[in-house]
Structures are given as structure tokens and as C-alpha cells.
Design a binder for this molecule. Structure first.
Ligand SMILES: [Zn+2]
Length: 332
């Protein structure tokens, strides 16, 4: 996707990964070239994560201490140290508009004692992130609530973050393997622990039904690789649920992915063509499927915003669930 194509789907903001950019091409190089907006040709807002999540999921030989995390790059094995101060510095070098506090994403399966220690470390790091960020007019610093699946820990985390004071509040440590039901159980109480007059941001979510369920529970913003990653791997989201374009049922199908969709993939190409280029590993496959998925997500979000504005969210949610459960159209 060209950035202008992404913007044309209705996207106002993109996310940059601190971990990936610090290793390659490095934050200092991007700063020297005028910052991330100029470097990647995206003039609208950019949110950067803190690098904490990928350090835990991708880096090798991690050593976690009070100071931060020492690790080896998954690319070339070089040694790096990420601390709250360094993460904030990297995000400043990138020119990020919304900066995230450095935290430890408590792994799924952590017991209450482990989740508590991890959360309290993240809260000390949030305070250091706040101090390192200082005052930067026009830029926002968001913190991240942790506490695993434990309501008391979530409350303690929220209280500590509110006492420090941030421009927005994320809910971290979800969508890490606990499943939708466990995630919704946390979202039944976690968002309302955070200030209602600030954005409440669910990190790393999700599938269309995760998003609708999260909004129903008070979430204002989310981020996820799913629309674009799925576009590259053949998974397509429509108002009738997900489908996989590699399935042979599509090979003679002259119809679009979604007859209601106005994206370029649906306006100009058949399922048969999209199946063919996917099977042939043509780049246009990833381009068109990603375009469709991003378009679908934007249409979904606009419908959610409209439903909220009109006081019709409950009716919207019911209709959405009903449509999704229909499943894909019958084969030709
Ligand atoms: Zn489409």
C-alpha cells in the first residue's frame, strides 16, 4: 500500500514500531533524515509503541532488570539496552505524535504474584517515562494499564497511572493468547477504571467482532496488524465474516469479495482473479486484499462512530453480530 492509498481508505493515523525502527534503520538515522513522517511520507499523526512488546516477543537473550531490558537483536545478534528513558528518546527522534510509556507486557498465564510484580515494575517505568517525556506541546504521552486478568491489580495499576497523569490510557496485556471471552471479562471492568475524558486504547486488537465488543465495553481506539497481515496471507474480512481466498471454491467465482464494498479490489476484480493471483504469489494479491481489508475496517469504524452518535450502538451491535454469523455467500 502506498501511504496515500492508506489515507484514501480513511485512515487518520498509523502506528510505527519502536523495536523494529531502533534496530533498522535506527532512530538516529531517521531523525537525521527529517523524522518518520518525512521518511515514510505520512503527514498525518503517527503513534509509536514503546518497543516493550516486541522486545519480549522477538528479541533473543533478554535480561530484565529494574533499569530496563538488555537484549540481542533478532536480526544480527547485536546487543541493545531499552529503558524507559531510551524508549522515550527513540520515540522523540522518530517524531512520534503519540508516544507510549515503556512497559513490560505481562505474559499470558502469569499467576497473581507474577502479574503483580510485573505490573508494579511497569508502573515505576511509567513514572520514569513521564519524567523523560517532559513537556512537549502538540505531542501526547499515553500510559499502559497492566495487571493481567486480575481486577484488583488492574485497579491498582489504573490508580497509579491516574496519579501521575497522562494524555491517554491504554489497556495492555490483553490479546496475548487469553481468548476473546477472557479479554471481554477484563474489559467489562478495566476501561471504567481509567479517566472517561481521555482516550482509552486497547492495544493489539483485533478481529472485527473483537473491536465491536471492545467498543461496547468503553474502548475508544485500537491497533492491529490483522487487516494488512491477513491481506498478505489470504484472509479477507467482509460484513458476512471472514473468508480465505486460497480456497478452491473461489477459482471459478466471478463475483467480488463483498458486493457491498466500494474498494478497488471489489469494484474491479473477481474472487476468481484474486484466488489466481494469490495462488501465483503475485504481489498484487497482497496489495488488493490489504486494500480491501483496510477499507472494510474503516467502513466498520465509521459505522460504529455513526451508531454511537445516533444513540443506536446496541441495535448496531445486534445487526453486526447477525450479519457476521451468516458466513460467506454460497459457492457458485
Ligand atoms: Zn472490498
Amino acid at each position: 500500500m502506498l501511504p496515500e492509498n492508506v489515507a484514501a481508505t480513511g485512515a487518520d493515523i498509523v502506528l510505527g514500531n519502536t523495536y523494529h525502527l531502533m534496530l533498522r534503520p535506527t532512530a538516529e538515522r531517521i531523525a537525521g533524515l527529517g523524522g518518520l513522517h518525512k521518511f515514510m511520507h505520512w503527514q498525518r499523526p503517527i503513534l509509536t509503541d514503546s518497543g516493550g512488546f516486541q522486545v519480549m516477543s522477538l528479541a533473543k537473550l533478554r535480561k530484565l532488570t529494574e533499569a530496563g531490558v538488555k537484549f540481542r537483536s533478532h536480526i544480527d545478534g547485536s546487543e541493545h539496552m531499552l529503558t524507559p528513558e531510551r524508549s522515550i528518546e527513540i520515540q522523540r527522534l522518530l517524531g512520534s505524535d503519540i508516544v507510549m510509556c515503556f512497559d513490560e507486557c505481562t505474559p499470558f498465564g502469569a499467576d497473581e504474584q507474577a502479574a503483580m510484580e510485573s505490573m508494579r515494575l511497569s508502573m515505576r517505568w511509567a513514572k520514569r517515562s513521564r519524567e523523560a517525556f517532559g513537556g512537549r506541546p502538540g505531542h501526547a504521552l499515553f500510559s499502559i494499564q497492566q495487571g493481567g486478568l486480575f481486577a484488583e491489580l488492574r485497579a491498582e495499576s489504573a490508580e497509579k497511572l491516574r496519579a501521575i497523569g497522562f494524555d491517554g490510557y491504554a489497556i495492555g496485556g490483553l490479546a496475548v493468547g487469553e481468548g476473546q471471552q477472557a479479554m471481554f471479562e477484563v474489559l467489562d471492568y478495566a476501561p471504567e477504571m481509567l479517566p472517561a475524558d481521555r482516550p482509552r486504547y486497547l492495544m493489539g486488537v483485533g478481529k472485527p467482532d473483537d473491536i465491536v465488543g471492545a467498543v461496547a465495553r468503553g474502548i475508544d481506539m485500537m491497533d492491529c496488524v490483522l487487516p494488512s497481515r491477513s491481506g498478505r496471507t489470504g484472509q479477507v474480512f467482509t460484513h458476512r465474516g471472514a473468508l480465505n481466498i486460497k480456497n478452491t471454491r473461489h477459482q471459478n467465482d466471478p463475483r467480488p469479495l463483498d458486493e457491498h464494498c466500494t474498494c478497488p479490489a471489489c469494484k474491479n476484480y473477481s474472487r476468481a482473479y484474486l484466488h489466481h493471483v494469490f495462488r501465483s504469489r503475485e504481489m498484487i494479491s497482497g496489495m488488493l486484499l490489504t486494500w480491501h481489508n483496510l477499507h472494510y475496517y474503516q467502513v466498520l469504524m465509521q459505522a460504529i462512530r455513526d451508531a454511537i452518535s445516533n444513540g443506536q450502538f446496541a441495535a448496531f451491535e445486534k445487526a453486526f453480530t447477525q450479519q457476521q454469523s451468516q458466513g460467506d455467500i454460497d459457492p457458485v
